[in-house]
Design a protein around this ligand. Sequence first.
Ligand SMILES: [Zn+2]
Ligand SMILES: [Zn+2]
Length: 359
Amino acid sequence: MKISLLLLILSLFTSSIAAFPHFFPNVSSIPPSLLPNTTAGAWDSFHKLSGCHSGQTVPGISKLKTYLHYFGYIGNASKNYTDDFDDGLESAVKNYQLNFNLNTTGELDEPTVNQILKPRCGVADIINGSSTMNSGKAASMVGHTVAHYSFFPGMPRWSSRRRDLTYAFDPRNQLSDDVKRVFGNAFTRWSEWTPLTFTESSNYDTADLKIGFYGGNHGDGEDFDGVLGTLAHAFAPPRGLLHLDSDETWIIDDVFASGSPSAMDLESVAVHEIGHLLGLGHSSIEEAVMFPTISSGVRKVELARDDVEGIQVLYGSNPDSNSTVGPTFGGRETSGAHIVSSLLVHVIFLAIGLALFIL
Ligand SMILES: [Zn+2]
Ligand SMILES: [Zn+2]
């Protein structure tokens, strides 16, 4: 009895340690002392794997296998991955390339390595062996557009009786009002398009959605990895947990200057993770906020058509506004529109060719 009590006290101290994250209003306010170290991201060693292909044995391949396993591309977990570029790795690389719209060479060509190096969300692209992105879809055409949004296995979502959700911040982070406002704005991006509302609660224990910044091992088996690498993760409904890596340099202003080697835009990451809290998986559309990676210095907070279509499959549109997706959504031309216009061009050319042939 005494031992279990001791273990309980010990576990309280060793797990779920909330850290004090760094926030800066903009890039120029980051102290120079923080900048030199921040260019060394968690996955920088993958640089040297550029050009590797099947049949080779190269130091560092085992670490890449761990990476691809973490995001669902290699099924079997192993502590003893070899440095052999085997068939399993080749097919994992092909699926990765498919999901990120790269040429499916199966080799670690430069575009593939560059994509792997980008900081990203910690939620897997392939969950329980079934891909939620491109590689799991049979290129099916829905109407004139290809749907790229995805859901978690079993399509979990908040029930129809739960349209007004509360959110709260881990009090141990002692977040400022400025930081909390960033999350408030991020929630609004989703409530604009759905019947959902989000209200901040001061009661962290009873809130539907719980937000916190943590470093390294924080008790849920999904450790953070220091600067860059994985930035955040969130759990599907109804768990409601949104965790962010406290080792990142977070920018909270909406004015984003270029030339920041590792500063991440907090609202962009928050908007993405809230998508997971509501039940969306990753999308293969690069403009979508549910695309898994985001580069440092990039701000992407506006939902793309793909995000809106996905969330409205789960919850419907906002009854208070005319927010169903129209053909001119956000001024972005969809792949469907491209297909229709290129078809039209083909038909015209064919008609001209036929007329010339007859004459
Ligand atoms: Zn994600
Ligand atoms: Zn976590």
